[in-house]
Structures are given as structure tokens and as C-alpha cells.
Design a protein around this ligand. Structure first.
Ligand SMILES: NC(=O)c1ccc[n+]([C@@H]2O[C@H](COP(=O)([O-])OP(=O)(O)OC[C@H]3O[C@@H](n4cnc5c(N)ncnc54)[C@H](O)[C@@H]3O)[C@@H](O)[C@H]2O)c1
Length: 281
């Protein structure tokens, strides 16, 4: 189904796990796509693989935290394809977890780098793309946020704070540019693992996530890519300003559910031995 036929998409972080699957899904839906990423070699591999399948794509390296770099990639996209209908702000600060933990230990340089990638980058991309979209009659921006922006966790303070800013930006940009035909939504993925790379995650951690997901498996890049295609298309034409969790339902229930399932399996019930019903929470 070519639901994006005639549309032009610009995708950041296109060399990464979710980004490379997203550009494929956008192409399969009929879009022409400009791929961009900081890393030249893997970006070129993704571009070449798409071209080998007959898709119309181009690639250019850019640092989304740098305004001149952002301006250049937006200008190149317009020169090459004539318009921009879809912006997928997918690039994120995924490589800092070891240095991005608690506030008392926070290295300010790490904070600056991580929040620049997760918040300043999407802001700059949107700043330069929105005027092109408005001139072309509208468009759809999809910001890739994170479940960590919606709840507390033991790691990734700066990462989560940057994604929280991205959620706020999503609602503000949707508010300002809705009347001009630009919809803006965010996706908050849960734990996403590339097929074949499940072993990279320690098994106890994978098992913990699966036990807490209502769809009992880890997320895959295609889960996010398909949602991007939906939000980019007219099928989502009345959805804007939303942060949509694509996480197997991990945030949709009480933290007690997984251990409670185990207690039930062991024969524990809500009724105490004295015969009174216990509080479910
Ligand atoms: N994988 C997950 O479990 C998960 C969960 C929640 C959210 N996310 C988000 O999904 C998005 C994609 O993540 P992924 O899992 O594919 O990670 P990934 O590391 O495979 O891809 C991220 C890409 O962003 C690029 N990038 C980083 N800094 C950049 C910069 N300054 N300029 C341009 N490109 C830059 C990297 O080179 C990389 O290719 C990210 O925004 C991430 O925060 C991922």
C-alpha cells in the first residue's frame, strides 16, 4: 500500500537500528527519503542497500546539534527532492548510559552533550524544516522520545530529561503550527532490540522486560518504523500533539503486576488467611 506516494521524508539517525528500519518502511510506503546521520560509513551502507532495492533515496552526514549542519541538510533535501512532507527526528543520545546516571554524579559535559542531541537537535531540525513544510501546504513531524521520559528509572537522567523536553516541544510545535497544516507527534518506545541481537542484552534483564510487557516480547525496530509510517500518513490526520507509547504496554499497568502474577501462580490470593480482602495496590 503506497500510503506515502509523492511524499518526501527526512530522517535523522538513519544509520542506527530504528532509523535504518524506519527509512526502509517509509520507502516501502512510497516515500522518497533523505537519510542523515553523524556516522558516514554506516549511513552509506543503508543508502546503498535501499538503492539496490530500487528506492529513491539520498544521504548526507550532519550533526543535528550544529545549526549550520542542520541548515545544510535541509537545503540539500529541498534541492534534491523539491519539498519536505515528513520529518522523523529519530537520532538520539544512545551511547552515554555508563556516564549518565544520577544527578549527584553528573558530569556537566555529559549533560550538555546528551541534552543537545535529544532536545537541541530536534529543535534545530524542526526550526529549519517547518518553514519548508508550511510553504508546501503542511507536513508531519515525528519525534522519537523514550519511555524513560515518562517514568523514573535508575539510569539516563540527562537522556530522559532531554526526551522530556522533546515531549514538551512536541505539544508546543503542534499548537503553534497546527493551523498551518503541520502535525507534530512523539513516539515513546519501550526497549527495542534488533532481531538477532537479543543476546546482547543480559538474559535476566531481557526476562524482566518481557515479564513486565503486556505483549510478552521485546520491541523490534519495525514496531517503531510502522508507527512512524502511520503518523506520517493521512491515516493519522486527526492526531497531533500526542506522545504515543509503543512499548508493549510496559507503562500501562501497576508495577506490582508481574510479581503479582508470580504470587498468583504460587497460590497466593487477594483474600488473607483471616478472610479479609487485601488492598490490590
Ligand atoms: N533502542 C531502544 O530501546 C530505544 C528506546 C527508547 C527510545 N529510543 C530512541 O530511538 C531513537 C533511535 O535509537 P536506536 O535504538 O536506533 O539507537 P542507535 O544508536 O542505533 O541510533 C541512533 C543514531 O543517532 C545518530 N546520532 C547520534 N548523535 C547524532 C548527532 N549529533 N547528529 C546526527 N546523528 C546522531 C547515531 O549515529 C546513530 O546512528 C533514539 O532517539 C533513541 O533515543 C530507543
Amino acid at each position: 500500500m503506497s500510503i506515502l506516494a509523492g511524499r518526501v521524508a527526512l530522517v535523522t539517525g538513519a544509520a542506527g537500528g530504528i532509523g535504518s528500519e524506519t527509512v526502509l518502511a517509509l520507502c516501502e510506503a512510497g516515500a522518497r527519503v533523505m537519510l542523515t546521520d553523524l556516522r558516514e560509513e554506516p549511513l552509506d551502507e543503508v543508502r546503498a542497500a535501499l538503492e539496490a532495492k530500487g528506492h529513491e533515496v539520498a544521504a548526507k552526514t550532519a550533526d543535528i546539534t550544529d545549526e549550520s549542519s542542520v541548515r545544510a541538510v535541509v537545503q540539500d533535501t529541498v534541492s534534491r527532492f523539491g519539498r519536505i512532507d515528513i520529518l522523523d527526528n529519530n537520532a538520539g543520545a544512545t551511547g552515554f548510559t555508563d556516564r549518565d546516571r544520577n544527578v549527584a554524579d553528573m558530569d556537566v559535559d555529559v549533560w550538555e552533550q546528551v541534552t543537545a542531541i535529544n532536545a537541541r537537535g530536534p529543535m534545530l531540525m524542526s526550526k529549519h524544516v517547518i518553514p519548508v513544510m508550511v510553504e508546501g501546504g503542511g507536513g508531519s513531524i515525528i519525534n522519537i522520545s523514550s519511555g524513560q521520559s515518562l517514568t523514573g528509572d535508575l539510569t539516563n537522567l540527562a537522556y530522559a530529561s532531554g526526551k522530556g523536553a522533546l515531549n514538551a516541544m512536541t505539544r508546543h510545535m503542534a499548537t503553534a503550527y497546527g493551523p498551518s497544516g503541520v502535525r507534530v507527534n512523539a513516539i515513546a518506545p519501550g526497549l527495542i532490540v534488533r532481531p538477532g541481537e537479543e543476546d546482547r542484552l543480559p538474559k535476566p534483564i531481557a526476562d524482566l522486560f518481557i515479564a513486565n510487557c503486556l505483549v510478552p516480547r521485546l520491541g523490534r525496530p519495525r514496531d517503531i518504523a510502522d508507527t512512524v509510517v502511520f503518523l506520517a500518513s493521512d491515516l493519522s490526520g486527526y492526531i497531533t500533539g500526542q506522545v504515543i507509547s509503543v512499548d508493549g504496554g510496559i507503562l500501562a499497568h501497576l508495577a506490582t503486576v508481574a510479581p503479582m502474577r508470580e504470587l498468583f501462580a504460587q497460590g497466593t490470593s487477594y483474600r488473607s488467611e483471616a478472610g479479609t480482602t487485601t488492598d490490590k495496590t
